[in-house]
Ligand binder design. Structure first.
Ligand code: UGA
Length: 425
């Protein structure tokens, strides 16, 4: 494979993973960020995020001279490719804040060499590739959309072995050059127009969120009719057209992507004159799921939520990450506190207090001390192996509410706990 000179602008989890993995493919990569503290930490081998396998990849490729970090835009001067991996946060009205993207584009303009390709990985509204082209004002440089489909916690594996690579551009030659960066992955590479590539990113997340809201609705239906959601979802998943993935009911979906991207897509559709009612309902179903979980915990607490002591095991938006952004667990904690409960949390990746109104314990058993209901809200492996007798002994009450189906029901019952879950009798 030909080694290419690549720059990656932005060292968040997408940028850092992109940089480290491209270096792993053999390319010569420089990562840029405006945060000098972050660049210093990365240069000294410290990884600011918890991402499986990333530390190892960064260390090896830095040592072998294929990966370096800088705040100096002059590092762009000899680069054939420049990735944009900057945040595109959501504004309150669902629209996307492009200010980080704008300043990143401005920082590229004076440095890019003629014939360079700018590759946008940030999730941006449809037609933003054109917006970047216009703002860049460098007709000698091509702009290509190359959306990312990385999951936090498995971002490295997702990058090295993707299901597909999507490249969108009206300049086919530039798109083919970008495709050559990914030959090592052996994944199907789809080249399409820029607007379609940008839409694929949003629609992929919207479809996955739809699957999850559907699974949570099926779980609610199963509770009502007395069926087992795990059996029902397994049963439909065997149909190859449906599949087993992304059908695990839970406390609701969250994270830095699904809530932002689903709302952004509703907004994009609105602006284009299409009312994406289905997706609005997917988002509303998720809000309802938070409320259902809180109601359920209230029903399980002997005297309701007012004055109850509730333990929340798992605070991150899913297992395998230390990310608390838009975490369903935190949303549920807020609602429990608003209803008058006292909350103690525990999470393997959270050591400090998250908010002044509730405590975070150093281990799961002290978190359960004096608790009326223990609610498992993130599917950490650690919770599969809990010493349930120790949990039962520490509690004041006897209910374990397992919103992620990770606790062994029979073992919980043997330890004198009453088991409750989502979509189960
Ligand atoms: C998601 C997508 O999966 C990635 O493909 C995409 O690249 C990324 O957003 C992004 O746009 O950057 P991520 O936010 O890391 O990745 O998280 P997921 O693993 O997709 O989980 C999202 C939420 O769904 C979590 O709250 C998780 O607990 C929940 N979930 C997931 C379930 O409740 N049940 C499931 O079966 C799967």
């Amino acid at each position: 494979m030909t080694e290419c000179k690549v720059a990656v602008v932005g060292t968040g989890y997408v940028g850092l993973t992109t940089g480290a993995c491209l270096a792993e493919f053999g390319h010569d990569v420089v990562c840029l960020d405006i945060d000098s503290n972050k660049i210093d930490r990365l240069s000294s081998g410290e990884i600011p995020i918890y991402e499986d396998g990333l530390q190892h990849l960064v260390s090896r490729n830095t040592e072998e001279g294929r990966l370096r970090f800088t705040t100096n835009s002059a590092a762009l001067d000899d680069r054939e490719f420049a990735y944009l991996c900057v945040p595109t946060p959501r504004r309150n009205d669902g629209s996307v804040d492009l200010s980080f993207l704008e300043s990143a584009v401005d920082s590229l303009r004076p440095h890019l060499r003629p014939g360079a390709v700018v590759i946008n990985k940030s999730t941006v509204p449809v037609r933003c590739t054109r917006f970047v082209e216009d703002r860049l004002r460098r007709p000698d440089v091509s702009v290509v959309s190359n959306p990312e489909f990385l999951r936090e916690g498995s971002a490295v594996a997702d990058f090295l072995k993707p299901d597909r690579v999507v490249i969108g551009s009206d300049d086919r030659e530039a798109a083919s050059r970008v495709a050559s960066l990914y030959l090592e992955t052996r994944a199907p590479i789809m080249i399409t127009d820029a607007a379609s590539a940008e839409t694929i990113k949003y629609v992929a997340n919207a479809f996955l969120a739809t699957k999850l809201s559907f699974a949570n609705s099926v779980a609610a239906l199963c509770e009502a009719v007395g069926a087992e959601a795990s059996e029902v979802l397994l049963g439909i998943g065997y149909d190859g057209r449906i599949g087993h993935q992304f059908l695990r009911p839970g406390p609701g979906w969250g994270g830095s992507c699904f809530p932002k991207d689903t709302r952004a897509l509703v907004h994009i559709a609105d602006e284009a004159g299409y009312d994406f009612a289905l997706l609005r309902s997917v988002i509303e179903t998720n809000e309802t799921q938070f409320a259902r979980v809180v109601d359920r915990i209230g029903q399980l607490a002997p005297g309701g939520l007012e004055g109850a002591s509730i333990t929340v095991l798992g605070l991150t938006f899913k297992a395998g990450t230390d990310d608390l952004r838009e975490s369903p667990a935190l949303e549920i904690v807020d609602r429990l506190i608003a209803a008058g409960a006292t909350v103690t949390g525990y999470d393997p990746t959270v050591i400090d207090a998250v908010a002044p109104s509730w405590d975070v314990a150093g281990d799961p058993y002290s978190a359960c001390e004096g608790s009326d209901v223990v609610a498992v809200l993130t599917e950490w492996d650690e919770f599969k192996d809990l010493d349930l007798q120790k949990v039962a002994d520490a509690m004041r009450g006897d209910v374990i509410f397992d919103a992620r189906s990770v606790v062994d029901r029979a073992r919980a019952t043997r330890c004198g706990l009453r088991y409750a879950g989502i979509g189960t009798r």
